[in-house]
Design a protein around this ligand. Structure first.
Ligand code: ZN
Length: 359
């Protein structure tokens, strides 16, 4: 950010930047901090915190309350798209709000000083029409404007958008830095240490894992994977673990929880496979938990189970019953019991055939 302010002071700051890197590592915060330093009356530099623009930015919570800064970060919970009416005027669209529209905003003169800044958070959520509309703005940049796109999925953006942005790559934090952030947020020491490890350098991801109860989930599934507890008993208990899940309906929240559980199962299986294939325990997010799982099996067998777990994870999006998917995943992880094909289910068996693949 300091180097970008340097560039701005010598008139070399590009009109469009892309902040790219893993989710939860501070790209949006950095974009906001960059904007604050650009809008500060004493900038471009570290925001002084005392001038009018700095005070207005600090007054409105995370969104700030500054007439020259527009954040496009609505509807972050769930999988809402950023639609074309947020990018270009669409008076016939009932969701169109001129004050929230990127083109309208950038066309106005700065209210306070020199610059209008737009930050598009999770820019990968722009649908195709919105991206095409944004391209027009990128092709004809106005002076006195700065556009910062933030994304953890660069591949979801049009190549023509990428080629018109200066791309800035963000790396994850170290385990120690991540732990420090978590402790500053009030996470107890032991939990911070374990979360920092499994979140692989992303404090945002670690906070999400803390919210959805992943530490307790991992304890349950690793006990099942080591044969210490019956898989189906653990599968039932996972639904009782305290956790926050987003979604408008009960069904959506259940699917969200199933995603989190299956992600944890997959991560454990993946690290067990890596260990069995010769990886160092210390390099792996779930190394200590995965070790006993790896010791009960071969790399080949773990890879085979991993394929079925990945399929179960994908089935969450196909509206299969979440409790059934979690049971299936636990049985596969713990016992290598594989699901029968649809239509072969019978009797009281939940549709599994021990030890062999059924197509
Ligand atoms: Zn200031």
């Amino acid at each position: 950010v300091g180097r970008l302010w340097d560039a701005a002071r010598s008139g070399r700051l590009p009109h469009a930047l892309l902040f790219e890197g893993r989710a939860g590592i501070g790209k949006f915060l950095a974009a906001r901090y960059l904007a604050a330093g650009m809008l500060c009356a004493r900038g471009p530099a570290d925001p002084c915190g005392a001038c009018g623009p700095c005070r207005r930015l600090a007054s409105g919570g995370e969104r700030g309350n500054h007439p020259d800064l527009l954040l496009i970060d609505e509807d972050l919970a769930g999988e809402e798209q950023i639609r074309i009416a947020r990018i270009t005027p669409r008076p016939e669209d009932p969701n169109y709000v001129p004050e929230l529209c990127l083109e309208v905003f950038l066309a106005l003169h700065p209210m306070e000083g020199k610059l209008r800044v737009v930050i598009v958070r999770e820019a990968q959520r722009m649908n195709a029409a919105a991206q095409s509309a944004l391209l027009k703005t990128l092709e004809e940049p106005r002076s006195g404007t700065l556009l910062v796109l933030e994304t953890d999925r660069t591949a979801a953006l049009l190549p023509t958008i990428l080629s018109r942005c200066v791309r800035i790559r963000f790396d994850p934090l170290s385990r120690a830095q991540c732990e420090q952030v978590l402790r500053a947020e009030g996470v107890p020491e032991e939990a911070a240490r374990r979360l920092a490890r499994i979140a692989e350098g992303s404090p945002g991801r670690a906070q999400e894992l803390a919210r959805n109860g992943t530490l307790a989930v991992l304890e349950g599934i690793s006990a099942a994977a080591r044969g210490l507890r019956p898989a189906l008993e653990v599968a039932a208990e996972l639904w009782e673990i305290e956790g926050e899940f987003t979604g408008r309906t009960e069904g959506m929240r259940a699917r969200e929880r199933a995603r989190a559980i299956l992600d944890a199962v997959l991560a454990l299986a993946r690290d067990a496979w890596r260990l069995a294939a010769g990886a160092r325990e210390d390099d792996l997010a779930l190394g200590p938990l995965a070790r006993p799982v790896a010791e009960r099996s071969t790399a080949h067998e773990l890879a085979r189970r991993g394929r079925f777990l990945a399929a179960a994870r994908a089935d969450v999006e196909r509206n299969l019953q979440p409790t059934h998917l979690v049971e299936r995943a636990l049985l596969v992880l713990a016992e290598g019991v594989l699901p029968a094909a649809a239509g072969v289910r019978s009797g009281t068996s939940p549709g599994f055939v021990a030890g062999r693949e059924v197509r």
